[in-house]
Design a protein around this ligand. Structure first.
Ligand code: FES
Length: 108
């Protein structure tokens, strides 16, 4: 079992769909997190998985970290290193990326 499991939405909808999607940016975020996992030698302890829609599409790209149950929104590839250092290595929260309860309730 992994100590920390990161799920990165890379669901991509058609341009004419009526909801946003995390799409290719989500995939780039996952690749960068996987690179950091490798670079810092935590493979087997930490895993970065692509995943489908997490129902927070309007707040995306979305990254979720378990077991802490941290939900980040509007994540950019350049945020991946800060997420890794703060939330994976130090068990801290990157407040500026955290999806707040009001954001969640108003996402549709
Ligand atoms: S498409 Fe990423 S949360 Fe829905």
């Amino acid at each position: 079992m992994f100590e920390k499991h990161i799920f990165i939405c890379n669901n991509e909808r058609d341009p004419f769909a009526n909801r946003d999607s995390c799409g290719s940016e989500g995939n780039q975020i996952r690749v960068e997190l996987a690179r950091l996992i490798h670079e810092y030698g935590v493979r087997g302890k930490v895993r970065a998985n692509k995943c489908g829609c997490l129902d927070a599409c309007e707040l995306g790209p979305v990254v979720v970290i378990y077991p802490q149950n941290i939900w980040y929104g509007n994540v950019k590839t350049e945020d991946a290193e800060e997420i890794f250092k703060q939330s994976i290595q130090q068990n801290q929260i990157v407040q500026r990326l955290l999806i707040k309860p009001d954001d969640w309730e108003n996402r549709k």
